[in-house]
Write a protein that binds this ligand. Structure first.
Ligand SMILES: C[S@@+](CC[C@H](N)C(=O)[O-])C[C@H]1O[C@@H](n2cnc3c(N)ncnc32)[C@H](O)[C@@H]1O
Length: 316
C-alpha cells in the first residue's frame, strides 16, 4: 500500500482475508469497516465489487481517493455496519457474496491527535469515530461517577487498577475538567505501574475502555453476525478481524451459534438436552487465524489480530 500522500493503515492479515473471502467468485462484497481502504483495494484488484461502509466520514473520504480508479465497482456509505440490513434494503439489494469487518480503530485514527484516541500525542479528549454523534470521551470522564468509571475501566479495559484510575480522575477533575488526552494519560500513568513483557503504556487499557464506551463498539455485534448471515448468499463468506478478547469472544460465540455448535450459553430443555439452532454457517477454521511472526515484525499493530470466518450454508 502506498503511504506517501494519503494517511496510511497497513491492512492486517490481508492474504488470509482474501483466501477466506475468495473475491474471484464475483458478486458484491461488503467491507463494513473500509477505513483507509486497504482490504477493499485488494478485493477490488481481485475483481470484486465492493460496498464500502464506515462511520467515519473522514476515513471514507480518504478511501474514496485511494479507490478512485475502481469507482465503477465501489459504492461508499457513511453508516454503521450494524445497520447492514437497513443499508441493503435502502439500496434495494438482495444477498451479497461476502462480508468483512475489521473491528476497532485504524492506525490513522489512533495516530491523528485531533481525533482524540491517542495517549502518545496530546489532543482533545474526543474518541468519536463518527463526529456527528454528540457523546465524547471528555463527557464520560468529566460526568460519570467514580463507581461507574471504575466498572467501565475494569470491564472494557480489563484494567486491574481500575479503582485507582477512577479515583484519580474524580480527584483531578475537581481542580479542572479533563479535556485532553495528554492530561488523562498522565493521570493514569501516575497510578498504574508499567508491567508485562511488552511494557505497554499504562494508559492503553483505560483508553481502550473509553473508546469502546464512546462508540458503543460491543453493542449489537452478536445481532450483526446473525443479520449478516441472513443477507449472505449460499456459499457466501463472512470474515471478522478482532483485536481484543472482548470483541473476539462475542464474534466467536455468535459464529458458533450460527454454526449450530453448542456452548455454555446454549439453552437446555427440561430433559437436559441442548437446544441447538439449525446451522446456517459452516466455520472455515475451528481456531482463529493469527498473523505470522513476519507480519507482526513488519506491522506490530497486527500482533493481537484474530481472524474468524465462516461460509453460508444453503437453506435447509
Ligand atoms: C481497523 S480500521 C479498518 C481498516 C481497513 N480494513 C483498511 O485496510 O484500511 C476500522 C475502521 O472501521 C470503522 N468502524 C469501526 N466500527 C464501525 C462500525 N460499527 N460501523 C462502521 N464503521 C466502523 C472505523 O471508523 C475505522 O475506520
Amino acid at each position: 500500500m502506498v503511504c506517501d500522500t494519503l494517511p496510511c493503515h497497513v491492512p492486517v492479515l490481508l492474504t488470509e482475508v482474501l483466501a477466506a473471502l475468495e473475491p474471484r467468485r464475483g458478486g458484491w462484497f461488503v467491507d463494513g469497516t473500509v477505513g483507509l481502504g486497504g482490504h477493499s483495494e485488494a478485493l477490488l484488484a481481485a475483481g470484486a465489487r465492493v460496498l464500502a461502509i464506515d462511520r467515519d466520514a473522514e476515513a471514507l473520504h480518504y478511501a474514496a481517493v485511494r479507490l478512485a480508479k475502481y469507482a465503477d465497482r465501489v459504492q461508499f456509505v457513511h453508516d454503521d455496519f450494524r445497520s447492514l440490513k437497513k443499508i441493503l434494503s435502502r439500496l434495494g439489494w438482495g444477498q451479497v457474496a461476502g462480508i468483512l469487518v475489521d473491528l476497532g480503530v485504524s492506525s490513522w485514527q489512533l495516530d491523528h491527535p485531533a481525533r482524540g484516541f491517542s495517549f502518545r500525542q496530546d489532543g482533545p479528549l474526543d474518541m468519536r469515530m463518527d463526529v456527528c454523534q454528540t457523546l465524547t470521551a471528555a463527557d464520560i470522564v468529566n460526568t460519570w461517577g467514580e463507581a461507574e468509571l471504575a466498572t467501565l475501566i475494569r470491564q472494557w479495559g480489563e484494567e486491574r487498577y481500575a479503582g485507582r484510575v477512577a479515583r484519580a480522575i474524580v480527584t483531578a477533575r475537581r481542580q479542572a475538567p479533563i479535556l485532553t488526552t495528554g492530561r488523562l494519560a498522565e493521570l493514569v500513568r501516575q497510578v498504574v505501574p508499567t508491567c508485562g513483557p511488552h511494557r505497554r503504556d499504562p494508559a492503553t487499557r483505560t483508553f481502550q475502555a473509553l473508546r469502546i464506551a464512546v462508540n458503543r463498539e460491543l453493542e449489537g455485534l452478536e445481532t450483526f453476525v446473525s443479520e449478516a448471515t441472513d443477507v449472505l448468499a449460499p456459499g457466501g463468506r463472512f470474515v471478522a478481524l478482532t483485536f481484543h478478547s472482548l470483541e473476539d469472544r462475542i464474534i466467536k460465540h455468535a459464529l458458533r451459534r450460527e454454526a449450530g455448535i453448542p456452548d455454555g450459553d446454549t439453552p437446555v430443555n427440561e430433559k437436559g438436552q441442548r437446544l441447538v439452532p439449525k446451522p446456517r454457517l459452516r466455520l472455515l477454521h475451528r481456531r482463529p487465524v493469527v498473523p505470522m511472526a513476519a507480519e507482526v515484525t513488519a506491522n506490530p499493530r497486527a500482533r493481537s489480530a484474530k481472524l474468524r470466518s465462516a461460509e453460508r450454508l444453503p437453506p435447509a
